[in-house]
Each structure stands twice: as structure tokens, then as C-alpha cells.
Design a protein around this ligand. Structure first.
Ligand code: MG
Length: 457
């Protein structure tokens, strides 16, 4: 008879917060360690009932090998089989979890963060990210160390799957119809899209030029955050070679942003609206998305909390056609419930191929004066001030049409101007985001909100 030597704590310790807005993320060897990965592996296995299968992938970071070994050991020790799919874009982990019939997926990535960061994100059997409720369960098991090992003959088995990459590539190509010869420049930041993204576009008939598409965890070409500052080379290259389109991924390729044929970076909200217009049915987005969404979409625009998993949940609940965040994180429910920056880019290429120049397509999307402001505010003060924010705002404006308090407080005014006051999920700020067709009114709304926040901090 086997005797478990593991000591289980019966008392419930304070639950340690591990997960942020997009999985576990932090500086390597201080916040994110092998010990953490090992114990998250054990905790996930415990959550899955010490059985089943987990798909495991990672981005190009130099610290992935050790985290991959550690989390894999934790899963195997606790009775869960592991299918390793190696260095892949995040959306391939979601896709593989779904297609291989696994019970969960794990992606080791810190997305757009610099090289010294890494993280862990967990996926459901249907390819959708773990919800905050599921993450809370993992945190509870982790904090209480209530995970268990299994007996020697129940330890999980390890497989490597090379085949799923090819299936993913073929399935993606099958999603679009692009006229041969479209000139596209793809910038992968030397991140997880480097091998697969250019290949997919070539197979789809595009003439591809690549930038930063050699996998390298030091991100030597550019920072993995796809913004105007980091994409100067891509902008210049698109113009220099007369390309139709530029596409830039973040570090794990669940996001993308486009550069038009003139070398200009596309406004994030407008780009999301432009793609949303292509779908029949309802569209899900987040509370920080602009008015252009409402004015472009055929069906209803449903706004939820910031975070791709929140968008995914509403897509499933309301059977919506498409969804996305203004950050360039788009969900394609006709493909997989994991945000996919490669499919987002492919669909943009298809649009340009069939409908013409991107700069002209974007001109059809209405654009209004918008303001983004952030006010420094400690974590404690943020919680206190947000408790009264709805009342404070109601007392200060008299033409409110609608109040949405699903994530921060979002007011819509009678003339469709709107403002969102929301505490940052990761930094010590309260953010004000607003938009109005009248720039004087936009300024006035901003000043009122700043005054309310400063007076109440
Ligand atoms: Mg990402």
C-alpha cells in the first residue's frame, strides 16, 4: 500500500492573486519562477481532477525552456497527460486544445512585454481563455497547496505533436479568398508568429516580405508592443516596396495592427469597426471602444468588460458573429474562441484584395474627437473613489442617456458623446476615455471628470 508523504494544509491561507487581466505575468526569476510554474502545473492538474490532457506551447522567449519543463513536470506528477506543441503563436494553443480534444491548454508567454518578462495563460477545451472565476479556483488550490501527486502508475504521459501546426495553417488558409499577388509586409517582432504567419500569407496567395520574422527572444528588431513608435521600419518598408498592406503582430501573435499603403498605422477603433462591418449579426466589443462601432455595424454592438475572455464569453452567450477589443485583439467564432492575430491579418488582406486600398476603406469609418487621460491614483484610493463614481458623475451631468457600470462607469449622453471612467487593471491610474462629435463638449466632459477625480482622491 502506498502512503502519501505529502503534507496537506487543512487551514485555508489567504488566497494569493496570481492572474492579471491576461493570465499570470511578471519579471522572470522574481515574480515568475520555475517553482511557480511547477505549482501552477500541479494546481491546474488538481482543478482537472488529476486526469485528462493538457496542450502546452510557448513563444520565443529565452526563459521558456525552463518554464516549459517545470509546468510539464507539475502536470505529469499530478496525473495529467501533456501534448507539447513547441514554439507556436498563442492562437495555435487555443486551436490545438480544441481540435486535439484536450481538457485545457497552457501558453507560456508575456505577450507584448519585454524579454525579461514571462507568463502563463490557460485555455479551455473549446479554445476560450480561462475566465476569472476559473483562475480564482486555480489561485485557491495554489495558495492552499491543496494539489496532490498521484501514485507512480498514474503519472501522466508526454507526447509531442508536430502535425497540428500544418493543420492550423491549412485551416487558416481555407478561411479566406485573396486574389493572388497582394503585396504584404509582415513584422512579427521576432515573436511567436515568426515561423507561421508569413507562411500562412504565402500559402493564401500573397507576395510576402518579412521584417523581424526570425524567432529571437531578445526581440532585437523592435519591442513586441505593436504601436506607431515601434513600427517605424514597417511603415517605411510598406512605402519603399509599394506594398498594399503591412501587418504587425505582438509577441505572441494573438493581436495585429495594420499599416496602410501610404505607410500610416491604422487607428485601432476604426480598424475594428471596418472589420466588424463585414459580419452579419451582433458584434461584441469592450466598454472602451468608440462610437464608430455603433455607426458601422449591421447588428447590435454589445459592450462588455475589458479583456479578451470577457468578449469571448459574450460571443458565446449571445451567439454573436464577431468580436474584438480596440487593442487589435479580435475573436473569430467561426474559427476558434481564442483571439487570432494571424486570421485577423488574413481577413484584412482579403478585404483589401476585394475592396481596394486600406486608406480609402478607413475613410468610410466615422471618426470623432477623442481624449484619453490618466490620473495617478493609488490602489486603495482607486477602489474607494470608484465605489462612488456613478453617483458623482450622475450629479455632474444632466444630459445622460445611458449608464453602463459593467467595467468602471460609462456614460452615454443625449447627443451620443460618451465617457468611460475606469481604474487601470495593472497600473496605479484612473483612466478617462471619451469621445464627442463636438470638440468643445469633449473638452468640457474631460475637465468635469478630472475635477471629480482630483477632488475625491
Ligand atoms: Mg498577445
Amino acid at each position: 500500500m502506498l502512503i502519501s508523504l505529502e503534507l496537506k494544509r487543512v487551514d485555508s491561507m489567504a488566497v494569493k492573486k496570481l492572474f492579471g487581466t491576461s493570465g499570470i505575468r511578471g519579471k522572470i526569476n522574481s515574480e515568475v519562477t520555475c517553482e511557480l510554474a511547477l505549482n501552477v502545473g500541479k494546481s491546474l492538474a488538481c482543478y482537472l481532477g488529476n486526469e485528462g490532457t493538457v496542450v502546452l506551447g510557448y513563444d520565443t522567449r529565452t526563459t521558456n525552456v525552463m518554464l516549459d519543463q517545470a509546468i510539464c513536470a507539475g502536470l505529469l506528477e499530478s496525473g495529467v497527460d501533456v501534448i507539447k506543441i513547441g514554439m507556436v503563436p498563442t492562437p495555435l494553443v487555443g486551436y490545438a486544445t480544441d481540435k486535439l480534444g484536450a481538457d485545457a491548454g497552457v501558453m507560456l508567454t508575456a505577450s507584448h512585454n519585454p524579454s525579461q518578462y514571462n507568463g502563463i495563460k490557460i485555455w479551455n477545451a473549446n479554445g476560450m481563455a480561462y475566465t476569472s472565476a476559473q483562475e480564482a479556483k486555480i489561485e485557491e488550490i495554489y495558495s492552499n497547496e491543496s494539489y496532490t501527486s498521484v501514485s507512480w502508475d498514474k503519472v501522466g504521459s508526454l507526447r509531442v505533436n508536430e502535425e497540428i501546426k500544418g493543420r492550423y495553417i491549412d485551416d487558416l488558409v481555407g478561411m479566406v479568398n485573396i486574389k493572388p499577388g497582394l503585396k504584404v509586409v509582415i513584422d512579427c517582432a521576432s515573436g511567436a508568429g515568426s515561423e507561421i504567419s508569413p507562411l500562412v500569407f504565402r500559402k493564401a496567395g500573397c507576395e510576402v516580405t518579412t521584417l523581424n520574422s526570425q524567432p529571437d527572444g531578445f526581440f532585437p528588431g523592435r519591442n513586441p508592443e505593436p504601436n506607431a513608435e515601434n513600427l517605424q521600419n514597417l511603415m517605411k518598408t510598406v512605402v519603399a516596396i509599394g506594398a498594399d498592406l503591412g501587418i504587425a503582430h505582438d509577441g505572441d501573435a494573438d493581436r495585429m495592427i495594420t499599416i496602410d499603403e501610404n505607410g500610416d498605422i491604422s487607428p485601432f477603433d476604426s480598424l475594428l469597426a471596418l472589420m466588424s462591418k463585414e459580419f452579419d449579426g451582433d458584434i461584441v466589443t469592450t466598454v472602451d471602444a468608440g462610437l464608430c462601432m455603433d455607426e458601422s455595424v449591421k447588428g447590435n454592438v454589445l459592450r462588455t468588460k475589458v479583456g479578451d475572455v470577457n468578449v469571448a464569453e459574450v460571443i458565446i452567450e449571445k451567439d454573436a458573429a464577431f468580436g474584438g477589443e480596440p487593442s487589435g485583439t479580435w475573436l473569430h467564432p467561426d474559427f476558434c474562441m481564442c483571439p487570432d492575430g494571424i486570421l485577423s491579418g488574413l481577413r484584412m488582406a482579403e478585404l483589401v484584395s476585394n475592396k481596394g486600398k486600406l486608406s480609402e476603406l478607413l475613410l468610410e469609418i466615422p471618426s470623432y474627437p477623442n481624449i484619453r487621460e490618466k490620473i495617478i491614483c493609488s490602489k486603495e484610493a482607486k477602489t474607494a473613489i470608484m465605489e462612488n463614481m456613478e453617483d458623482l458623475l450622475k450629479d455632474s451631468f444632466d444630459d445622460i442617456k445611458e449608464i453602463n457600470s459593467i467595467d468602471g462607469v460609462r456614460l452615454t449622453f443625449n447627443d451620443d458623446s460618451w465617457v468611460l471612467v475606469r481604474p487601470s487593471g495593472t497600473e496605479d491610474y484612473i483612466r478617462i476615455t471619451l469621445e464627442s462629435k463636438d470638440s468643445t463638449k469633449a473638452q468640457a466632459i474631460k475637465e468635469t471628470c478630472v475635477k471629480i477625480i482630483k477632488e475625491n482622491i
